[in-house]
Design a protein around this ligand. Structure first.
Ligand code: SF4
Length: 376
């Protein structure tokens, strides 16, 4: 299996079989089944990141991993290793279709892992889907993935399971046996509508007998959970040595750039975020310079230094360019790099019209204090 490098295509979502070129080499995206990794897979990935990459691993908003700094010459060996770890699909199209977000709070004996397995099986023969079209299996004690992007969702409701399409408040009651066949029917209906790329953009309503609301729960925060200890990765990135230290139990990856280490109550390594009030959780920052070819300034050091100024409940997004990879949605304040300086955007995305332009990093603390707390 050979890799197809998509170095020049902006907006391409990298996969393991379609890596994307970045400032620090190729980025390989890996989608663990049901967002779960066994300790031996974790150890092997840490080794692969050091041997074939730059030792840095990203955790993305689809609960996927990315190995960074990979060379093209390393792809055959990497792909072979990923096959032996059951972490590679048979084609780039199959890899793209298997865009399934799984609740990290699934419980022993619930339907979640069976549904994910069934959905993966059904998607193997599905037609090619639009880029970014995705699914969520959100069937823990409550549905917690509502804030994450997905076009079709199987969710927990008060009286069982529902199938819900993005853009609809309610879903159709389904069972463990009927959920996947119904989802595939609705998927084919979507594809028959023509050129739409996402479910929520369709003018027509999906053919669902949507009577039930999902039973929703809060998004996951770092700390103890029923499944184990949840640890957030600063800026969604971890080094191979720290990743290796987490291999004391299976890991569940979350779309909040955190992992649950199953069954433990004490962190096996320092440097990860265990406190839900940690200021670093109030900032988002992409790779920035020098790791990304599009970046117009370094961003993570700046975000780290500004984090203590951000009050609880607010979010500061520091973006290396207008693409806004780290937080595609609006944030209370966004700093977008432009030729080494920063534009300030209020309540918008990284590409929105700025309130202030061309700010020096040295001036930012005072400006942010004023904007985040007008009494100062
Ligand atoms: S937002 Fe950041 S990571 Fe995304 S393309 Fe721009 S500089 Fe690169």
């Amino acid at each position: 299996m050979s890799g197809q490098v998509q170095g020049q295509i902006r907006g391409w979502c990298p996969g393991a079989l379609r890596p994307m070129m970045s400032g620090d080499g190729l980025v390989l995206r890996i989608r663990p089944h049901a967002g779960r990794l066994l300790p031996e897979q974790v150890l092997a990935l840490a080794d692969l990141a050091e041997t074939h990459g730059n030792g840095l691993i990203d955790l993305g908003s689809r609960a996927h991993l990315q190995l960074r700094g990979v060379t093209e010459a390393a792809l055959p060996a990497l792909h072979q290793a990923l096959i032996s770890l059951d972490l590679l699909d048979f084609s780039a199209e199959a890899e793209a279709r298997r865009n399934i977000l799984t609740t990290p709070l699934h419980r022993a004996g619930d339907e979640t892992l069976t549904l994910v397995e069934g959905l993966e099986e059904a998607l193997r023969d599905a037609p090619v889907l639009p880029a970014k079209f995705g699914f969520a299996v959100d069937t823990g004690a409550a549905a917690i993935l509502g804030g994450a992007s997905a076009d079709l969702r199987i969710e927990r409701a008060a009286q069982g399971l529902i199938l819900r399409a993005e853009g609809m408040d309610r879903g159709e009651p389904v069972t463990q046996d009927t959920a996947i066949p119904r989802l595939i029917e609705v998927l084919h209906w979507f594809l028959a509508q023509g050129a739409a790329t996402r479910m929520a953009r369709l003018a027509a309503r999906p053919p669902l007998n949507a009577t039930e609301l999902p039973m929703t729960g809060p998004a996951l925060v770092p700390g103890r959970t029923a499944a184990g200890l949840c640890l957030a990765l600063p800026f969604g990135q971890i080094g191979a040595a720290k990743l290796r230290a987490l291999a004391v139990a299976p890991l569940r990856l979350t779309p909040w750039r955190s992992v649950i280490v199953e069954g433990i109550t004490r962190a096996p390594v320092t440097g990860l975020i265990e406190d839900p009030h940690d200021p670093l959780l109030r900032v988002a920052a992409c790779t920035g310079a020098p790791g990304c070819l599009s970046a117009e300034a370094p961003v993570r050091g700046l975000a780290r230094s500004l984090a203590p100024l951000v009050p609880a409940g607010a979010l500061l997004h520091v973006s290396g360019c207008g693409k806004g990879c780290a937080h595609p949605r609006p944030a209370r304040l966004t700093l977008t790099a432009r030729q080494g300086r920063f534009d300030l955007i209020e309540d918008g995305t990284a590409s929105a019209s700025p309130a202030l332009r061309g700010l020096s990093p040295d001036d930012l603390p005072a400006i942010l204090r004023g904007r985040l707390d007008p009494s100062l």
